[in-house]
Design a protein around this ligand. Structure first.
Ligand code: 4AD
Length: 453
């Protein structure tokens, strides 16, 4: 059976018969033999192949150019060269797929913009290979974190009729043709349907039955904000915990963020080195700092006071009752506290209908976790579990109480205090890789005006 290059490079012992396959990174020829650097994407490292002229398959060596795919049998021996433990002395070579001269990844040092235009080939580069291995590892750690804590994984629907965030940023799902588009009753579901912006409302129903649940899936927002932190399709992790208040919610969010940061530090040594080399020199130090120290907690009211007293000129105004903008969030974490900050208790007017009203009658139990370099990475709250107040909120937010009757039922039958949050998976990945644009941590990014591949 074929061995993956990652496992070959980590071997303790030599091996007489080994079978590997991959893509050629470079080739150097001398009169009597050739060196090939082979990569199969399982890790950063390449396996060096030494192929003597005359072995079966050597007649194709000239076509084994950068980007071509090959299969090799050989003997794994200690490498006399420095910087690598093993090399493979080929006994046979086979060219699988040629890569003609126009292979776009010939030279080193392509710009992220160019690589986005060839997103089908970009995982073959060292940097993007590392990004997408990290993506896989962190996704796995998300499940491990929750499963270890007895959370139940719930698959909430992708097509929905409810607007969880009430922000009107939903993509409509319809089978109606032009001219019919307003005829909701004739549409596929007999009413308007959308791609979900959040699995929260459905998640709450399961928390109010199974206690601790989480969702982890794609979400969609038709926000026309072409920023480096927004995508139209992104993944969100949304835990929901019954018998839990805001305090417990903030504890869980901070614990999750730290756990994932620790995962990045523990499991991707080679990949982290690549991020440090090409993206962010201080990455490891920053991650170690975040994993080892408590986050700051500050109320929205205090945060506004700090921002107003900062003496800094911001593009957007800072005033009680207005949303914090990215520049404000970044000042709090990067310049003022110099660590992640959880901001809580926001004015009720700027938050969605489901958040629990505080006793001051002015604020709701919302919380956002902000991290340096990115700003908001988590948004959550304790939920309004009192039926009368929830029904009031439906009115204030112009929501049809009938359409949300199922949601209100959770408050009618055995209501419990409960809380949850959403962690933006891509924002988390930006944080642990140092990548500064969300498009560079998504295999095929969907942003305004861009739906290639
Ligand atoms: O703060 P948001 O909008 O919260 C919710 O959707 C709640 N229903 C979550 C919950 O309580 N269960 O979004 C949560 C997180 C944000 O903090 C951010 O990290 C990410 O989702 N996010 C985006 N990531 C990429 N592109 C976008 N357009 C995003 N919008 C939100």
């Amino acid at each position: 059976m074929r061995s993956l290059i990652k496992s070959v490079l980590n071997r303790e012992d030599p091996c007489d018969q080994l079978h590997v396959a991959g893509w050629v990174r470079t080739r150097r020829d001398s009169k009597t033999f050739s060196f090939l650097e082979l990569n199969d994407g399982t890790c950063l490292g390449n396996l060096q192949i030494v192929a003597d002229a005359g072995i079966p398959g050597y007649e194709s060596i000239a076509k084994m150019t950068t980007g071509s795919s090959v299969e090799i049998h050989g003997k794994l021996v200690p490498s006399p060269a420095t910087g690598q433990r093993w090399e493979l002395q080929a006994t046979s070579l086979k060219l699988l797929g040629e890569a003609p001269d126009d292979y776009p990844l010939q030279k080193k040092g392509h710009s992220p913009e160019f690589l986005r235009s060839i997103a089908h080939l970009r995982p073959r580069t060292n940097l993007y290979g590392a990004v997408f291995r990290m993506r896989s590892r962190i996704a796995y750690a998300v499940h491990r974190f929750f499963q270890e804590r007895d959370f139940i994984y719930v698959h909430t629907p992708i097509i929905t009729a409810s607007d969880c965030e009430g922000a009107g940023e939903m993509f409509r799902v319809t089978t109606l043709e032009d001219g019919q588009i307003s005829n909701d009753a004739e549409d596929f579901f007999g009413k308007r349907a959308y791609l979900t912006v959040s699995g929260q409302l459905e998640g709450e129903t399961f928390a109010c039955a199974l206690s601790n649940i989480y969702t982890f899936g794609p979400t969609f927002r038709a926000e026309n904000s072409n920023t480096s932190r927004h995508a139209a399709e992104f993944w969100m992790i949304e835990p929901e915990v019954a018998f839990c208040d805001l305090e417990g919610d903030m504890d869980l969010a901070e614990e999750l963020v730290k756990y994932l940061v620790q995962e990045a530090l523990d499991h991707n040594e080679g990949d982290l080195a690549i991020f440090e080399k090409f993206v962010d020199k201080g990455l490891r130090e920053r991650l170690e700092f975040v994993a080892s120290r408590p986050f700051e907690r500050v109320s929205y009211t205090e945060a506004v006071k700090l921002l107003q007293a900062s003496g800094k000129t911001f593009n957007y105004p800072v005033e009680y009752g207005l949303n914090l903008q990215s520049e404000h969030e970044r000042w709090l974490t990067e310049e003022h506290f110099k660590k992640p900050v959880t901001v809580f208790n926001y004015p009720k007017e700027i938050k969605p209908f489901y958040m629990r009203l505080n006793d001051d009658n002015k604020t709701v139990t919302a919380m956002d976790v902000l991290v340096p370099g990115i700003g908001e990475i988590v948004g959550g709250s304790q939920r309004e579990e009192r039926l009368e107040i929830l029904l009031e909120n439906f009115k204030k937010h112009h929501l049809d109480p009938e359409a949300y009757g199922w949601y209100a039922d959770l408050r009618k039958y055995g209501s419990v205090p409960h809380a949850g949050f959403g962690l933006g998976f891509e924002r988390m990945l930006m944080f642990v890789t140092g990548m500064t644009n969300i498009r560079d941590v998504i295999p095929f990014a969907r942003t305004p005006g861009n739906c290639e591949f």
